[in-house]
Design a protein around this ligand. Sequence first.
Ligand code: SAM
Length: 254
Amino acid sequence: MLVVCPTPIGNLDDLSPRQLEALREADIIACEDTRNAGKLLERLGVARVEGRPKLWRYDDHTAQSQAERLVEELEAGRQVVLISDAGTPTISDPGYRLVRAARQAGVKVVALPGPVAATVALSASGLPSDRFYFEGFLPPKSAARQARCKALEGLGVTVIYYESPRRLEEALSDLEAVCGPEREVCVGRELTKRFEEYFWGPVAEVRRQVAAREEELRGELVLVVAPGQAAEVSEEEAQADRLIGALLDQGLSA
Ligand code: SAM
């Protein structure tokens, strides 16, 4: 069986009993970096006896070939647990190719629930969370970043980005250029860790707060942006939506 196993994004107490059990019972732990994984297991008190669980490097560079070899191990009956450096594997982290390969081979796949930095920030943001879009990392260059933010404006839903602290101020100023200075944003930094903090308010104000910080911002952060105006829907699209709605209604009441 393949177990997709989230690990804490900072606070080790967030590890669940099921995650701990999966790590303890693994034959193989597929991980981005074997040294990081070794340190994490040590801190979580997961003992490795005679090399078991075996740590197996699985990252974006090795994804294809390693996925095939790991599926062979799964088919031989081994318990493989997929982790990433932090948070949930497959979310802005490697993993989906392995899950896909396991499914294609008919191997059982189980995913344990656990922390994702994006949803932690969203739930603390106070921004509309009934519908949202997760983008992950923005492009590093300003023109490409603005183009991407502009493209996502038309969705009309809250958008969540991962961003590096080095680029936060530039990203906020690009957002301000695209969305206007009043758009509400929430930046969550070092979530679940000792120096966790949030910046919240109109983007221009948050940009000023970030710029005024005496010490440089470090660590990890998530940027949540309130919805823009949804793109206009053409009359044909609206008509098609109404038709689909009516057909679904008929289907449900039949
Ligand atoms: N798989 C992870 C998850 O489930 O959230 C995401 C991995 S991605 C490579 C790393 C990025 O996630 C960081 O650059 C940051 O944007 C965000 N992140 C991870 N941990 C965080 C934390 N404790 N606080 C704020 N952001 C975090």
